[in-house]
Design a protein around this ligand. Sequence first.
Ligand SMILES: [Mn+2]
Length: 308
Amino acid sequence: MDMPSPCAPSGVRPGARTLSLIGAATGIGCALSATSEAPAYLRDRGIIGRLGAQGVEARWSEIIAVSDEAGADVAGAISRAGRSLAYSVSDAVRNNSSFTVLGGDHSCAIGTWSGAANALRGDGPLGLIWVDAHMDSHTPETSPSGRIHGMPLACLLGHGDSALTSIAHATPALQPQHVAIVGVRSYEAEEAELLRRLGVRVFFMGEVEKRGLAAVMDDASHIAFNGTAGAGVSIDLDALDPEEVSAVGSPEAGGLAVSDLRAALTRFAENPRAIGCEIVEFNPTLSGAVKTADIIEELLVSFQGRRA
Ligand SMILES: [Mn+2]
């Protein structure tokens, strides 16, 4: 066990940390609802033992279900599940347990990061790096599909359905100057305009290709950690190259290399104020599911490896 560090932030207990896995079975926020099966799929293939074999001690917290009797009130169902998820994440952060939320479609991020912001409330704001092929920054007024997995970042910034913008006490959960998006290569003008107006830094895929992911993630980490009480990473698997990661609902050609993201996550997690991560949009019914599940575990090992 590490010696206590004198520079640890208040509330953070240094030393060995067990990774707390929280499943978020969201699927009604997207077109392919089988993303809701992902947490149970990962649990049943033995993620705890597989991580343990790679030196990462993890335990399941719970898998949060989403009512499939939502009918027309999809936002209400995601809001209720988001509240449960926010409690669970908030608990993990308060107990200084490193957490990973396993989605689910990306609408679960509303609960995850609302809970994290709530736990840090009093110490300072939350920083967040959003790794995604898309911007996920639509509002109900601008979204062509109306699907909530295209809106979570806007909700966390305070824009959207009021059932989703005020999940926890810290509202909005995110301040734009502490948010960065990495890997974007598909988006609509309206969401780009919202982010531009708010001043959120977007690192498009072109910039990643030019400068390398390590340099971009260093800049993004500066945005997320500077002036905040802690920061996390929300990873939409569609940010990665679909040649490597195919079992995702909205693949976009090109994208990040798994090895580059692994290295960047390890570097991010070396910061003692790194609180947790989220990995979403895995659809275990699509081809390449086994390889994609393997990569989810590899990402967790990279995030957690140097923290244990
Ligand atoms: Mn996304």
